[in-house]
Design a protein around this ligand. Structure first.
Ligand code: ZN
Length: 206
């Protein structure tokens, strides 16, 4: 098939020419819209965007999933990186982060979508300032994790959490389903915070 071959050669070229990468990425996204060759294109876009000076993707054999590992030490409250969006979707999916009502972004850089959920997270997606920040000190070699309901109101797919932390909540479905006690323990995006304030008012009036 000529098409993937063409993309492979694009990938090789881009590895040599870092400066042209964003232009290639934009072209791939356009192609992906027209051709619907999503699995192939998204995989290549991902591999183009994997290069980072602070993180690497690796495979967790225990949980059988990819994860994002820190290559540096970070202090609590420091900004790990800024992020933006590759696309805005009207509905959530397992890769999106909610930024508003009917607004679910595909993160850019795309490797940030490998930040998995934990009920004891070390990171937070600040969707007001578009900053990925540390909730505590993070050591080199640690996995970056965030609390999915901190940005997600009502997730498309609920899942049984495997984070194995002491305070694991079990099934994760979104902020909408958290108890008041659970809400009190976490930091939420401004958007989710406002929705919680409306829905669980007394928690915030203590
Ligand atoms: Zn958990």
């Amino acid at each position: 098939m000529r098409f993937p071959h063409f993309l492979q050669s694009l990938k090789k070229k881009s590895q040599k020419k870092w400066t042209s990468m964003n232009r290639i990425k934009d072209k791939l996204f356009t192609l992906h819209r027209f051709t619907k060759q999503e699995p192939i294109l998204m995989e290549i876009v991902r591999s183009l965007q994997t290069k980072s000076n602070f993180a690497k993707i690796d495979f967790d054999p225990k949980l059988q999933q990819n994860r994002l590992i820190s290559l540096k030490n970070f202090k609590k409250d420091s900004i790990i990186c800024h992020f933006s969006y590759a696309e805005i979707m009207p509905e959530p999916n397992r890769y999106t982060v909610q930024t508003g009502e009917g607004k679910h972004i595909i993160l850019s850089p795309l490797y940030l979508e490998y930040v998995n959920h934990s009920c004891e997270p070390n990171c937070f997606f600040d969707t007001t300032n578009f900053q990925f920040v540390c909730l505590r000190d993070i050591a080199r070699g640690e996995e970056f994790t965030f609390f999915y309901p901190s940005t997600e109101w009502d997730m498309e797919e609920a899942f049984e959490c495997q984070c194995q932390t002491k305070s694991c909540l079990g099934e994760i479905k979104g902020a909408k389903y958290l108890t008041n006690t659970q809400v009190a323990k976490y930091r939420f995006s401004d958007f989710i915070g406002a929705k919680l304030k409306k829905a669980k008012k007394h928690v915030f009036e203590l």
